[in-house]
Design a protein around this ligand. Structure first.
Ligand code: ISE
Length: 335
């Protein structure tokens, strides 16, 4: 049984605690911690875990084999470095860290430890639709992928959501999943800013079209529209030499009523990607005994941060920005 300590007991933290307690095989939550005592107490009530006021103590605790980090992004770096130093496995919600520099620190610390310890919570790699696409592309039956057309739409976002968050919070999922899908790396980024919807505000340019080009020349367009109003709508189409593949949608009944045919669209990521969240955590737990990470790792977190920085720069300059990592991918992270 993998004994897990959870750092961060907000909405997502509690969601993972419920998942680990009620659904996941082979794990038990033994410790929880949060800067807000009330949140930690509420989380402990779900799983019967011990409450730690200090997350560093939780990481060191004897009854904690592995750590799940769900605290705000800026707090990740300290917990990650402490967990690596303690030799404990980590599942870290996105982002790995809030700056590429901190991500690189974590990458180097993990490499120096000689153990693959960190899995990053980019759940889309576990989504059935993306997996089917990947399998089809990898089969070679459709030739080389040439273009990806994607949309990432949210019905609405909070008042504090601003223009760079369209990259850091939202497109970050495409940044991770799309290079994995086509087994390639990014070369450049550009952002087009159309007319702003009446549902946005002065600090948020919405929608945006993000353009990425990979080293092999695949051109990717991602429409990010976070006040689309009609649903949580994620689409991806891969146009290849010998066919075009559209990602399957979650299946809902087709309803005929009032002289119209309709099919439901999800309204948030927790429902849309529920199975993917379950699968990523189960995979992390299953791999603990083998000491391997098969999901997104710390290097993927660093790549995502570098790519996000280029996209945010492109939002500001309107130019094509290069995507360059400070170091080559270490051997340690090559499959
Ligand atoms: C949120 O943090 C997510 O991760 C969702 O998947 C994304 O759609 C949303 O825009 C983000 O704010």
């Amino acid at each position: 049984m993998l004994r897990v300590g959870v750092i961060g007991c907000g909405g997502m933290g509690k969601d993972h605690i419920r998942r680990l307690t009620n659904k996941i095989q082979g794990a038990v939550v033994t410790a929880v911690s949060d800067v807000f005592e009330k949140s930690a107490e509420e989380a402990a009530a779900i799983c019967g875990a011990k409450v730690y006021a200090d997350s560093k103590e939780l990481i060191q605790a004897e009854e904690v084999d592995a750590v799940l980090i769900v605290s705000p992004g800026f707090a990740h770096v300290d917990s990650l470095l402490a967990a690596i130093a303690a030799g404990k496995r980590v599942f870290c919600e996105k982002p790995l860290c809030t700056t590429a520099e901190d991500c690189l620190k974590v990458v180097k610390a993990e490499e120096a430890s000689g153990k693959h310890l960190i899995q990053l919570g980019f759940m889309r790699r576990y989504d059935r639709g993306y997996r089917q696409l990947k399998e089809a592309l990898d089969s070679g039956a459709y030739g080389e992928p040439l273009m990806l057309h994607c949309t990432h739409r949210n019905p609405s976002v909070g008042e504090n959501y601003n223009t760079p968050m369209a990259v850091h919070d939202t497109a970050i999922h495409e940044i991770d999943v799309l290079h994995w899908l086509v087994d390639d790396e990014y070369e450049s980024a550009q952002v087009l800013l159309p007319k702003v919807t009446k549902y946005s505000h002065s600090q948020l340019k919405d929608p945006q079209i993000m353009l990425l080009r990979t080293k092999k020349g695949v051109c990717i367009d991602v429409e990010v529209f976070v006040n689309c109003k009609f649903g949580y709508d994620i689409n991806c189409e891969a146009v290849c030499e010998d066919g075009a593949l559209k990602m399957a949608q979650p299946s809902y009944p087709q309803i005929r009523k009032n002289a119209a045919v309709s099919t439901a669209i999800d309204t948030d990521c927790f429902v849309r990607f529920q199975e993917a969240y379950d699968a990523e955590v189960q995979d992390w737990v299953d791999n603990a005994a083998k000491g391997i990470i098969t999901g997104p790792n710390a290097w993927d977190g660093y790549l995502a941060a570098v790519t996000a920085d280029a996209l945010v720069k492109a939002q500001e300059t309107g130019q094509i920005e290069e995507i360059v990592t400070a170091v080559e991918k270490p051997e340690f992270y090559k499959a």
